[in-house]
Ligand binder design. Sequence first.
Ligand SMILES: CC(C)(COP(=O)(O)OP(=O)(O)OC[C@H]1O[C@@H](n2cnc3c(N)ncnc32)[C@H](O)[C@@H]1OP(=O)(O)O)[C@@H](O)C(=O)NCCC(=O)NCCS
Length: 213
Amino acid sequence: MTSDLLLKITRFRLKGERIIIRPFRKDDIDKRLKWKPYPDPLYAHYNLGEITETQRKEWYLKRKKDPRMLYLAIDDLKEELLGFLNIYDLDWGNKKAKLGIYLGYESTDKGYGTEAIRTLLPYFFEKMKFKELYLDVVALNKRAIKCYLKCGFEFVRTKFKRHDPRNKIDIFGDERFKDIRKYFKKEGDEILVQFEEMRITEEMWEKKQVDSK
Ligand SMILES: CC(C)(COP(=O)(O)OP(=O)(O)OC[C@H]1O[C@@H](n2cnc3c(N)ncnc32)[C@H](O)[C@@H]1OP(=O)(O)O)[C@@H](O)C(=O)NCCC(=O)NCCS
C-alpha cells in the first residue's frame, strides 16, 4: 500500500484555486534557500542559512526515503514555491497520520496555508482513505491555530515539548519575551514549550463539507 501510493505520487497533483500541491523535488531546496528569512527569532528554525552539498543531499533523501512520510511542495500557479506540506508518522493500520506545514515568510498571511490544507484534506480522507489527521502546534502560534481551526481541526490536549534549540532566544532573561513566557517552563537544563495537539477526523471533515454548503 505504501509503495503503491509513493509510486502514484510521482505524477500526483492537487489543484486549489491559487495553489498546486505536488511531490517535492531535489531543486526545491535551492528555491527554499532564496526565501526571505523570518525576522521573528521564534521562527528562526524555519530559516535554512548556508548548507553544504552533503546537507543538501541529506535534506532530500531524509524526506524522500522515509516510507512513513509524504513530503509535498506547495506552488502558486506560476510555479513559484510557496511552502511545504508533510504528512508523517503514516500509520496504515490505524489510518492515522500527522500533518506539518510551513510557508516561506513572504507567503504567510495570504490565505495560502488554509487553501493548501483544505486542498489536501479530500485527498487524505477520500483517496488515501485515512480516518484521522493530527498535528502539534506551539500554543503561542496563533496564526497557525487560526488556520487549522478554519480548516476544521479541533483541540485535543495540551502538552509540553522541548523548545527547538535552533531558536537561540533567552525566554526568561530577555524582556522582549515577557508576554510569551507563560508558554514556557524549565525542567532541569531543558526549556519546554507548550504545544496544542489538534486533529480532524473523517467525520468532522465530512460534516464541515455539509455545513458549508
Ligand atoms: C501557519 C501557516 C501555515 C498558516 O498559513 P497562512 O497562509 O499564513 O495562514 P492563513 O492566511 O491561511 O490564515 C491565517 C489566519 O490567522 C490570522 N492571524 C494572523 N496572525 C494572527 C495572530 N497573531 N493572531 C491571531 N490570528 C492571526 C489571519 O488573519 C488569518 O485569519 P483570517 O483568514 O480569518 O483573517 C503559515 O503562516 C506558516 O507557514 N507559518 C510559519 C511556519 C508555521 O508556523 N508552521 C506551522 C507549525 S505548526
